[in-house]
Write a protein that binds this ligand. Sequence first.
Ligand code: HEM
Length: 716
Amino acid sequence: MQSQLPSVSGVCAFATHSHAHRTAPGFRRRPILGAAAIGAALLFGGFAIETRLLSAGERWRDNDPSADADIEPVDGVGNNLAHPTWGQAGADLIRLAAPAYADGVYAPALPGDQSPRLISNVLNNQADPSNPTVDLSTVDQRSLSDFGYAFGQFMDHDLDNSPNGSASLPIAVAAGDPIGPDPLPFNRSVIDPATGPGTGKPAQQITIVTSYLDLSQVYGSSQVVADALRTSEGGLLKSSPGNMLPYDNATYFSPAQITALNMANDPEAVSEDELFAAGDVRANENIELTALETLFMRNHNRIAAKLERNHPAWSDEQLYQEARKLNIAQYQSIIYNEWIPAVLGNHALPRYRGYNPKVNATISNEFSTVSYRFGHSLVSPTIAREGNDGQALTDEIPLAVDFFDPNLLSASVTVDPLTGLMSTDIGPILKGDADGNGQAMDLPAIDPIRNLLFGNGIIGGQDLIALDVQRGRDHGIPDYNTLRAAVGLPKLTSFSQITSDEEVQAALAIAYPGGVDTIDAFEGGSAENSTDDSDVGPLFQAVMADQFERLRDGDRFFYLNESFDREETALFNEANTLTKVIEANTSVTNLQSDAILFHASISGTVTIDGQPRGGQSVTLHLLDTSGNILGTETTNDRGQYSFDELSGPSVTPGVTPGVSATGFYVVSVVLPVGFTQSSPAPAAIEITGGGVNVTSVNFRLNGPAPAAKRRPRPRR
Ligand code: HEM
């Protein structure tokens, strides 16, 4: 989502950066543990860490020793000592492929292609064909929980933000399209003023946040924002009653600070001073995102308070920087040990071999404008608020009415004036995210973001997918095939090489009558079959793996390149997984060990009296408590069946198939003709969280009475 920066067409708002990174006065690192001890401690989390910890000799030979004496710069300037601008806030995005502007400099790419809205209608409509008013509800093929997208968006707001300028490039809408009749508004991104028209150089877009995984969405990407968010006491970040984020108003900030924070409020459904304030302008975009912003603010303050108890003499600055270092380390550990393996597979990145000052971590245009937008396909249409038993505490929030509505979040229960729904603390939202699967990674995207974006539930909102496609053309991103070639993948010659799904092949042919060389990179990448071990296809995987490898290897402050003493190691281990961070900072207690994934199952056996087990295959239904069929399975040759999150299909439009969320489920046998069930119908089965596998939901059947044997007729 774009910030609401003042229009700065052709002017890079954050082009100059003067101050170098600072070392806290009087702040000295304490003696470090040996690398072996650190390795053992980092493995404490209970999962295999992909990276290799370096021996002490290697550390000092290969790495810049000054990392330990330095404080990570808030604006990214000087993270790389030889190239201080790499990854800084305000940097130009780098490119993996040559820009493809129609005029070589600034005119949008792919000028012959159809309107992005037309393409979105053909390719990305998730409506059920048999009931077009309702979206099909799908389940992510890698069993990602809602954190697959919610944490992914939270990460995105750390990594990139290319603000809108004033140049307009509206998206044409066809007659009869309910989102019309007016074209969809679209402003071209701000470009580096040293590039683009009149310079002879192809336009380069900028990002106003630091590239590094440094929790800039929590702490800010500039010194003025970072300072505004601090209490200046005890190393703490500002918060409001109930341990919520501070509000964007005069109680917490000066007018100059409010200007610097520049919190976005796209639908303007609430007044500015009701918004929460955080390090990234987009913090109020949806309530799951705001909950994660709040979570990491709390985590910082929790660590700072512990440090202060252990070190009463430390200054505010010492406590703040030390808590920040540990908070970032825990966040990076979640990304590299949980989120990336879940989304990109266990072998997407080579092993960590230590900091490499030759690696430029800056975000690539193809990452922010194409592949990392994959998350738009995973977004769920409703937001659950759940208790520790996995049951709903109150109504789900339809995403369509949730945009920029901070009043849905509060420490004590209130009624949100905008939606009439009850507000909750962040815990029930985070438990809800862990308790269900995201939508499938594919072309279709749900109505709340494809028709109702920022429209407060009223038709006439925006189409996020059309924005994604238009943004690619705006940024001069080449067509799908050219981008594939640029990242080392073979070019394809037919739609059938992109996807095995024949309906999608046919839709691609309608959207792109010019053939495979005219496909927008975002659409082609979204259409690809996912690779064996990942949620995305080869193009998105290649672009994302390249970026996450550079973000790791090119970050002098990457947590495995820092030294941790005994106390730091203990504090790190307290919350080095997403589950542990949530449980340490909320009243949530019942989460699966890896909250990025939601697996649950119900299984049992069917025996038929008088027959060997599995002698006859029997069909079973999985139902919700309203009687909707969520999946169908048959017993195997040992009479066993199992339903899990990937079972399906659901026969009711809009109802998600499989055991894809917490709640109550019913299993029933489809009795073969002449059979009766001799065991009682099992009670509704409760799933309270991810990782819950209910077994022994068994059935006993009586077969039909064996037919009387015919006596052979006596021969005459
Ligand atoms: C409810 C959920 C979300 C909403 C409403 C949303 C909305 C938006 C909007 C409005 C934009 C700007 C589009 C443009 O004008 O180009 C955007 C950009 C973007 N989104 Fe999302 N988004 C959501 C979730 C996600 C997720 C889950 C991811 C990734 C995992 C993601 C990744 C991105 C990226 C990479 C950009 C480009 C940001 C930049 O560098 O400027 N978004 N999103």
